[in-house]
Design a protein around this ligand. Structure first.
Ligand code: 2NL
Length: 357
């Protein structure tokens, strides 16, 4: 019996893994193991012998079982220690780079413009890109025979055969949104209308879809002086300069009277554009006092209310601010250029260092 004990405790101590341990368990204390065989021999013993051998066998069985359990726990600890030693992670390593999206420069500039006008009390109005010719033209004092209709290179929608109503159009400016806003909200009114507009024109400086922001302020005592201040504040804030001179040149639009095109003082030197200094002028927008017929078309009494309006191209001033030389880059499906201009990250190129002609 002592031989058995020594043999199995020795084997258990030597066991290298759990399968070796299981083999030992079966051989020692399994149903057909050596201890079970010995138990069977108890029947052939005298009662006196049995009284000694029985408890001794049971004690042996218990001892082997607890040695097995202890060894099993020891092997598991060792296995865990080994994993902890070999399978480690450096949690201080930087994570793998992920592709990050960013706002399209036109969306970003649109948001910048919106934020600046919002601070001056303008809210944003939006409307359909497909509209009737009444909202796009007639309401804006552009009648059917007016040459401005042809000049606008309008995209016309199809009408069903036999439907003789005038076709809907892709809006050529965001002005129809302003007419709708006048109808809906009345006066006084301070809104800007940013968004995509369409003209059938495509070359180096024109794309058939581009973006505009128009502004409209109506009240009982609004003058061109208010227009000038609002535009000055906008230009200073958008181009990040302390001061800038604006030049109002007399012009003509069917929807404003008087009308003015607005230039800002600038310089082009060594391929760098500087706003607010120098001897050059750059046209940035069209503006004027809203024509009384347009105010009336919006359902507001032009005898009581008057105001200013302006319109500018977002794409062009986005190019100026961020030094993007080719308009077509905006609509190219290959967005590598975007990264090239710094839009991959949130670091914007410095305005007066990043601009080039
Ligand atoms: C330009 C000129 C302009 C307007 C747009 C406008 C809208 C209403 C009434 C009166 Cl509802 N005017 N918009 C006025 C003057 C100029 O745009 O060159 N845009 C790029």
């Amino acid at each position: 019996m002592d031989d058995l004990k020594a043999k199995y405790l020795g084997q258990i101590a030597e066991a290298a893994d759990e399968s070796a341990l299981e083999a030992i368990r079966l051989a020692a204390v399994g149903k057909k193991g050596e201890v079970a065989l010995k138990m069977r021999e108890l029947g052939k013993m005298t009662p006196e012998e049995r009284q000694v051998a029985g408890p001794a066998l049971n004690a042996l069985k218990d001892e082997i079982n607890s040695a097995l359990a202890a060894k099993k726990a020891g092997l598991e600890d060792a296995a865990l220690d080994e994993r902890l030693r070999t399978e480690w992670l450096d949690v201080t390593l930087p994570s793998r780079p992920t592709r990050q999206g960013s706002l399209h420069p036109i969306s970003q500039v649109q948001e910048e413009i919106t934020a600046i006008f919002a601070e001056m009390g303008f809210s944003v109005a939006e409307g359909p890109r497909i509209d009737t010719d009444w909202y796009n033209f007639d309401a804006l004092n552009i009648p059917g025979h007016h040459p401005a209709r042809a000049e606008m290179d309008t995209f016309y929608m199809h009408r069903a055969e036999g439907d003789n109503r005038p076709p809907h159009v892709l809006r050529t400016h965001t002005s129809p949104v302003q007419i709708r806003a006048m109808e809906k909200m009345g006066a006084p009114l301070r809104i800007i209308c940013p968004g995509g507009v369409y003209r059938a024109d495509y070359d180096q400086t024109h794309t058939p879809m581009f973006h505009q922001v128009e502004g409209l302020a109506l009240d009982k005592d609004i003058s061109m002086a208010n227009l000038k201040w609002v535009l000055e504040e906008f230009v200073k804030s958008f181009f990040e300069v302390d001061d800038v001179e604006l030049r109002f040149r007399a012009s003509h639009f069917p929807f404003t009277e008087p009308s003015a095109e607005v230039d800002i003082r600038c310089s082009w030197q060594d391929g760098t554009l500087k706003i607010g200094e120098g001897d050059d002028w750059m046209e940035i927008l069209g503006s004027g006092m809203v024509h009384p017929k347009v105010i009336a078309a919006g359902g507001i009494d032009p005898e009581v209310y008057q105001g200013f309006a302006f319109g500018m191209g977002i794409d062009r001033i986005a190019m100026l601010k961020y030094g993007i030389p080719d308009l077509r880059a905006f609509f190219d499906s290959d967005l590598r250029w975007l990264r090239h201009y710094g839009f991959q990250s949130l670091d914007m190129p410095a305005l007066h260092g990043g601009l080039s002609r």
